[in-house]
Design a protein around this ligand. Structure first.
Ligand SMILES: O=C(O)CCC(=O)C(=O)O
Ligand SMILES: [Fe+2]
Length: 421
């Protein structure tokens, strides 16, 4: 079958909804301001650079399945490399006019694209419909779990309508025949360094490391916000000072946003959750994990872990130059009908306490899995899921080709660690 025979395919329900949600969790916990106006992105290289290499694991199986599907459909078995993998979200105002995906000199290696939709047009965002200039299907309104694959050349000129409200989220991959642009070679190089440090006595830590503050700063030239603050705010929380912080003793050479790289606590209303997070990204990941898991916590009947609250909010909220109204306009108000959480305060704090320990367990188990896999990945210069590894991990990974990839969330290998293995 020649590639010319098949230019594009719309695959419905290719990604399980659990995986869509887990990838959304990763994006909302780790994204930085993206490469174009009104866009946020989370690349695998960024995850590796910010102590979050273990969060590459939920991508591995779907990445392999997408590459296999592209090779089969476009008739180029064993010829393709993944050139780029990223979570990309477009917020209000983002759009792209008619283009092909190889339309710049530095993009000419791109042969095929796979765009996986992680949320729904109409429900999670308005606008953002995809159009091909010629041929069928002509227009695609994103549905969570659907994938669009197409050749990256000018036989697939396409455009995306402006996003009018909410945040439109995709997992986007490009494939190439050119091995010098192999993303896996770059990733395995970085991961081998991480493993070498771990072995040499700097134990792998799953506590996130902040990138420079400028990477989280979103601005339209007049107003601005820090995306870490905005995403915590969007779920009803705010960053508060650490209990031990004497702000006067800080030398904030680069301004108040520096406080987001230091220990923080989480507040809601007039109460502070009395737990220190190593930095704002750590707090943000736990809040997003709480949101991801709230309905599961309710259904399991496990509602709470012990927690204490500090009622002294006065003067404790971090004063940052974030325009929350602007952030609300850009990112939209977050609605998720099935998070299962009502707004009664006690339930929220109990669930947050539960999320803290479950987050540690989950990240601890992903980190162990990553450290086990890196040697094989480095040997083969490929990021892959060895079949024997699935068996070792037990029954929570169904065979590929079924609704299976979301299962990484279910793995729990034991009690929480303290962030370093
Ligand atoms: O997100 C989409 O539907 C397509 C985006 C696109 O065309 C691109 O990033 O080149
Ligand atoms: Fe495109």
């Amino acid at each position: 079958m020649a590639a010319a025979d098949h230019l594009r395919i719309h695959l419905r329900g290719f990604l399980p909804l659990d995986l869509c949600k887990e990838l959304s969790f990763i994006h909302r916990s780790c994204s930085t301001v993206g490469y174009r106006p009104n866009v946020f992105s989370t690349t695998l290289a960024h995850l590796a650079a910010t102590n979050c290499a273990h969060l590459i694991l939920p991508f591995v199986t779907v990445r392999e399945r997408l590459k296999e599907k592209a090779e089969e459909f476009f008739g180029c078995e064993f010829e393709l490399f993944v050139e780029f993998t990223g979570l990309i979200s477009w917020c209000r105002g983002a759009s792209i006019g008619w283009h092909s995906d190889d339309n710049r000199p530095y993009l000419q290696q791109r042969d095929f694209a796979a765009v996986c939709y992680l949320n729904n047009h109409g429900k999670d965002f308005k606008g953002g419909v995809f159009h091909f200039k010629d041929g069928e299907p002509a227009s695609i309104a994103p549905v969570a779990g659907d994938v669009l694959m197409y050749t990256a050349d000018d036989r697939n000129i396409h455009a995306v309508d402006e996003v009018l409200d909410g945040e439109r989220l995709t997992l986007t991959l490009w494939f190439t025949r050119n091995g010098t642009h192999d993303e896996d070679a770059k990733l395995t190089h970085v991961l081998s360094q991480i493993l070498a440090e771990h072995v040499r006595g700097k134990p792998y830590s799953f506590l996130p490391l902040s990138a420079p503050d400028s990477m989280y700063w979103f601005s339209d030239g007049h107003f601005g916000f820090d995306v870490r603050c905005a995403r915590v705010q969007n779920l009803g929380f705010k960053f508060c000072k650490s209990k031990h912080q004497e702000s006067s003793s800080f030398d904030l050479a680069n301004g108040p946003l520096e406080l987001l790289g230091r220990p923080v606590r989480l507040g809601r209303g007039d109460k502070i959750f009395d737990r220190e997070f190593i930095n704002s990204l750590h707090g943000l990941q736990v809040v997003q994990f709480y949101h991801l898991k709230a309905s599961e916590f309710l259904a399991s009947g496990k509602h709470s872990e012990p927690y204490t609250l500090d009622n002294e909010m006065n003067g404790m909220e971090l004063v940052l130059p974030c325009d929350h109204q602007f952030a609300g306009r850009v990112l939209g108000d977050f609605h998720d009908d099935d998070d299962g959480d009502d707004d009664d305060g006690d339930g929220i704090w109990g669930h947050l306490a539960l999320a803290v320990s479950r987050w540690e367990e989950h990240m601890g188990s992903l980190s162990k899995e990553l450290l086990m896999l890196i040697p094989q990945w480095v040997t083969h210069q490929t990021v892959f899921r060895p079949p024997t590894h699935e068996k070792l991990l037990g029954s929570d990974r169904a065979p590929s080709g079924t609704q299976s990839e979301g299962a990484t969330c279910a793995i729990q290998l034991g009690p929480g660690t303290r962030g370093a293995l």
